[in-house]
Design a protein around this ligand. Structure first.
Ligand SMILES: [Zn+2]
Length: 445
């Protein structure tokens, strides 16, 4: 059996993965808060843990893996969005969830086995909060319930942060109802225009962290194998999930393996609405074939920062164009066709960049089987080639092919043909530039 290795941040080393129950391997990943279009940074964990899901299913069997990824559909950002746009909260969460599904389905991300919605697990959250209060780990004050950080001596160990870092990272509010400034909210009161559920502490709503602890426990049990999410979730979100789950369930761990994907920059800069480089998955899908977006995510190892750029998009489109060409006549393939060293690369802490380097050396059946294993080459070659960015009449793979034809024409000193190809591209809003390094191109603005 393939041995899976997963990087352990506490031990700063890769560790062999042994599931608690090989007949039911369990993974939880923090899903989106559904208030707005998902951006390409949100697509990263969806794709990274999709690779892990596919690997686990390959190694342990398709029906031996349970993957839960939640939908956070109660959150102050959702309330604000509904208020700003004069829409109901249900409309905002339903439409945003549908958009999220459409976006990540297009990226060939498999649906998890379970997709729990926070609003459908309020009784489980209340029960967990009551357990925490009974155990002396939480207290009610002014219609709030707070987790008492001092009740857990190991608090902070998971995120390996000292008190000052935690105070800065959690952006703690000093509030009269808190015994200690680090104490965090498990339950809070709602005003008349905010979503509310009855509870022993009055009408209110849960804090974000308790949602995941309650949903993970319900669907995966008090201890499970892998918990994943973006690096930004380590503190405070995952630290607080660990605190709640361990104290409520009387365990010393929530999950055996924690995996965090790194950040994603755009053209070397942090993505932000104020910098104007904010890119939704939906907009990215209009610019590049979805397969290329997926490949761009996998060209960088999940523990390294991705630099999302026009150049990496071109590179991904060119690679896929070649692979489609090399597999155009291959029919159905099976997992038995995947070269063993390719599976080994993925099993080695999801080393997708190395796996992609192996794809370059393959052709035919093994190439198609290996590429499909990581969710690529799912479109037909015809669909891939016919993709056109919004407002552009020609696709990148086709441009590359025409540039190659033009280079051949130049080598053959067929100047009229070379000029005709350049003019044809120009007519289709593509400008080519010749230099000593070869020919480059860009879309004419
Ligand atoms: Zn979570």
């Amino acid at each position: 059996m393939t041995e899976i290795q997963i990087y352990n941040a506490q031990k700063k080393a890769k560790m062999a993965f042994t599931p608690i129950d090989a007949n039911n391997v369990r993974m939880y990943v923090c899903g989106p808060t559904v208030y707005d279009f998902a951006h390409i940074g949100n697509a990263r964990p969806a794709i990274v843990f999709d690779i892990m899901f596919r690997l686990l299913r390959h190694v342990y069997g398709e029906n031996q893996v349970t993957y839960a990824r939640n939908i956070t559909d109660v959150d102050d950002k959702i309330n604000q969005r509904a208020l700003d746009e004069n829409r109901s909260i249900a409309e905002v969460t339903e439409q945003t969830t549908a958009q999220y599904h459409a976006d990540i389905d297009a990226l060939n991300v498999l649906r998890p086995n379970i997709e729990p919605f926070a609003t459908q697990h309020i009784p489980e959250m209340i029960e967990m909060i009551e357990t925490l209060i009974a155990g002396g780990h939480a207290y009610a004050a002014e219609n709030h319930v707070l987790f008492s950080v001092k009740s857990m001596p190991e608090y902070g160990k998971f995120s390996r942060k000292n008190l000052d870092e935690m105070i800065a990272g959690a952006r703690v509010d000093v509030a009269t109802y808190k015994r200690d400034e680090m104490d965090f909210v498990l339950w809070k009161p709602s005003s008349d225009d905010q979503p509310a559920w009855p509870s022993p502490w009055g009408n209110g709503r849960p804090g974000w962290h308790i949602e995941c602890s309650a949903m993970a426990k319900k669907h995966l049990g008090i201890e499970f194998d892998i918990h994943g999410g973006g690096l930004d979730l380590i503190f405070p979100h995952h630290q607080n999930e660990v605190a709640q789950s361990c104290c409520a369930n009387n365990t010393d761990r929530m999950a055996n393996h924690w995996m965090h994907n790194e950040f994603l920059n755009v053209e070397g800069e942090k993505m932000s609405k104020s910098l104007g480089n904010f890119l939704t998955i939906n907009d990215a899908r209009k610019q590049h074939p979805a397969e290329a977006l997926r490949l761009m995510m996998l060209m960088t190892h999940y523990r390294k920062t991705i630099n999302w750029s026009k150049d990496s998009a071109k590179e991904a489109v060119a690679m896929l164009g070649k692979w489609h060409e090399k597999t155009a006549n291959i029919g159905e393939v099976s997992s038995a066709d995947i070269p063993a060293n390719f599976i080994d690369a993925i099993a080695d802490d999801l080393n997708t960049p190395f796996a992609i380097s192996l794809l370059h050396k393959m052709a035919g059946t093994p190439l198609k089987a290996a590429a499909q294993f990581i969710g690529l080459l799912y479109e037909t070659q015809a669909d891939f080639i016919s993709f056109k960015p919004a407002g552009i009449k020609i696709n990148a793979a086709y441009i590359e092919a025409l540039i190659e034809q033009r280079n051949t024409a130049k080598t053959n000193k067929d100047w009229p043909l070379a000029d005709k190809i350049r003019d044809d591209l120009m007519a289709k809003s593509v400008v080519i530039k010749d230099s000593t390094n070869g020919t480059s191109w860009e879309y004419k603005k």
